[in-house]
Design a protein around this ligand. Sequence first.
Ligand code: GNR
Ligand code: NI
Length: 171
Amino acid sequence: MTILNVLRYPDERLRTVAAEVTDINDDTRKIITDMFATMYEENGVGLAATQVNIHQRIVVIDVSEDKENPLVFINPVITAQNDELMINEEGCLSVPGCYAKVDRHTQVTVSAFDQDGKPFSLDADELLAICVQHELDHLKGVLFVDYLSPLKRQRIKTKFEKEAKANARVY
Ligand code: GNR
Ligand code: NI
């Protein structure tokens, strides 16, 4: 098991559009194991492969209290969504310490493959629905800060650029 490095905003690699997984094999399962280890280590409820610089359509999610419901989504697609929106405070492991309100569909149906290549479909609501939408955005190179006003986004970007520069001086 390896804890992977999580890319931080405004790293341009977070803008990469992930490729379809064409073969679900041991390499895929190793990536998934490492993604779960990384997500739990960082106390996240979800992680997209894009965030660990692996540009394949792979997402892991666990919104349970006790890390008891790990969900794997390979080549996920939202096949249905409610028109109703909910506003929720979101965070992101790639934008640490930053939280902002984002509109999301209240209910989504997602189709995907699991780690054994088995197709499944899942109806999600509440935090799971939010997380599915947030993670699928990552696979398209989209971050939650993209939904904020340009002014707010610029403020966050400047803060993270300064931090990245300060860190670069240390090493
Ligand atoms: O850990 C996470 N929490 C969270 C809270 C509200 C909305 C979305 C999320 S996802 C985030 C982990 C992450 O960055 N996944 O990409
Ligand atoms: Ni995120």
